[in-house]
Design a protein around this ligand. Structure first.
Ligand SMILES: [Zn+2]
Length: 486
């Protein structure tokens, strides 16, 4: 009895003598559940204090601290994730320049990333000057835009596939081309499909010599294993893996192909052959090389999906298309789009669908083998790869492939931060990091589609609440509501 009295008295003494700590900042997110994307755990009942553009303090909401803040966001029952990254975008896709887009029409794509929770993007090909302009407009407070890392023009062979590319004529030109792009301010080099083998090797040798990252399409003449060994930091779209992991066609088979007049029919037969002879043990040893050389993969599954099932998807995406500038609405139709040719050829479509099913299996296996993945949409010329929402689709596709919701979230948060070596500032909800955050009305660890349930966004410490999000989206839709001028 005596003991108990003493303990109670001491307890009273402690409470009455402890002065509450006071913390001040600009924003307090109160009673929120933080999603730890590294461990896949939920940290309930947290107070996140933001000062300016930085997360100043995170602690359990136990009532022991007084906060002096400008804005309090009551977030009980809500979930806080780091801002998402789309690691393969083309908001200024040179392929679409033929549609005569105006600069202000391209500008309107930028806020669509942010209001959908995408606070960072990797620009995989476009006009570097335009990207630099977007970054300046954002800094001046004139345009809502994500943080951008950009590669500038595609590096392609002497006769490039697309407008706006740099065609490198010979291996000897490689050094000068790379130097001039770096001088223009690119963050990395984007390799493209038609780069001849010797030129690719000259570019990779020089980039390795000066320790400058290069990423992109594995060229037609370089197997993915060799691209990995030569240091390509990320490989996009799972290109050329099917070719490396299936049987080499016999001369007899190639002769039988040549006898077919129709080009698409020839391509269908070759793809069928490769799909039918895809060898999982060859694939496993290739994935071993990716792992050994620590190569990142950005499979852009949602791009492959939207292309393979375009006809089914177009009515589902009708509302989203309304947010696009007219030149892009027009380009995302078979009438104009180079990726939507031969839609009346049923075998051609069937092959694309079979390829997608294989890509899901490849991604699942690569994930099991510990290969690090990046979420990317290929937003730009490719149909129905929407700015912002496309990234939600990509995360769903990763889960469809077999990744857990935590593994999928990593591909758009901590992995991009590690890729760019900015993990001290980005990639998790942590003290000292930049306040690029997304508040969700559902737990994304339970269902990855809850990343679509956005309550509000914080970009560099600026709150964009649900009313503001609606206002921005409505005004973009209204500004884009006019016909395309041919
Ligand atoms: Zn691309």
């Amino acid at each position: 009895m005596k003991k108990l009295l003493f303990a109670t008295a001491l307890g009273f003494l402690l409470i009455s003598c402890t002065k509450k700590e006071t913390l001040s900042g600009t924003i307090l997110v109160e009673n929120v559940s933080i999603v730890d994307v590294e461990t896949g755990e939920l940290l309930p009942n947290q107070n996140v204090l933001i000062q300016g553009d930085t997360i100043l303090d995170i602690r359990t909401a136990d009532g022991n601290v007084d906060y002096e803040v400008g804005t309090v966001i009551e977030a009980e029952g809500k979930f806080l994730i780091p801002g998402l990254w789309d690691m393969h975008t083309h908001p200024d896709d040179p392929e679409v320049w033929r549609m005569n887009p105006k600069q202000e029409e391209k500008d309107r794509l930028m806020p669509l990333f942010v209001v959908n929770g995408v606070t960072g993007i990797r620009d995989m090909g476009g006009d570097i000057k335009l990207v630099q302009r977007w970054c300046s407009l954002y800094k001046e407070g004139k345009l809502l835009a994500p943080k951008i890392f950009a590669g500038g023009p595609l590096l392609d062979g002497p006769n490039p596939m697309w407008d706006g590319s740099v065609g490198i004529n010979s291996p000897e030109e490689a050094k000068q081309v790379v130097d001039s792009l770096i001088a223009e301010g690119v963050d990395f080099l984007k390799i493209y499909s038609l780069l001849p083998r010797e030129t690719y090797l000259a570019v990779s040798d020089y980039a390795n010599e000066i320790d400058f990252p290069f990423v992109g399409h594995v060229p037609y003449t370089v197997p993915p294993s060799e691209a990995a060994q030569t240091g390509m930091k990320s490989q996009e779209h799972l290109l050329e893996i099917l070719k490396e992991c299936s049987d080499a066609p016999t001369e007899e088979f190639m002769a039988s192909l040549q006898a077919i007049d129709d080009r698409i029919e020839r391509s269908n037969r070759l793809n069928d052959f490769r799909l039918n002879t895809f060898n999982t043990s060859k694939a496993d040893s290739l994935y071993g090389v990716f792992k050994e050389y620590d190569i990142w993969h950005c499979p852009t599954l949602s791009m492959w999906y939207k292309n393979a099932w375009y006809e089914d998807e177009i009515p589902k995406d009708a509302d989203l298309v309304e947010y696009l500038p007219p030149y892009l609405k027009a380009y995302w139709t078979p009438e104009h789009n180079d990726h939507l040719q031969y839609r009346d050829n049923k075998d051609f479509i069937k092959t694309k669908q079979r390829l997608y099913e294989l890509y899901l299996k490849m991604v699942n296996r690569m994930n099991q083998k510990g290969i690090r993945m990046l979420a990317g949409t290929d937003m730009g010329a490719n149909p129905l790869c929407h700015p912002g929402v496309g990234l939600h689709n990509e995360l769903s596709a990763f889960v469809e492939a077999g990744l857990t919701p935590t593994e999928a979230l990593k591909t758009a948060t901590i992995n991009p931060a590690l890729f760019f070596e900015i993990q001290e500032e980005y990639g998790t909800v942590s003290q000292g990091k930049i306040a690029d955050l997304v508040l969700l009305n559902g737990n994304p660890l339970e269902d990855i589609n809850h990343v679509r349930k956005i309550d509000l966004i914080i970009r560099d410490g600026q709150v964009i609440d649900s009313a503001k999000i609606a206002e921005i989206k409505n005004s973009i839709k209204a500004e884009n509501a006019y016909p395309w001028r041919e």
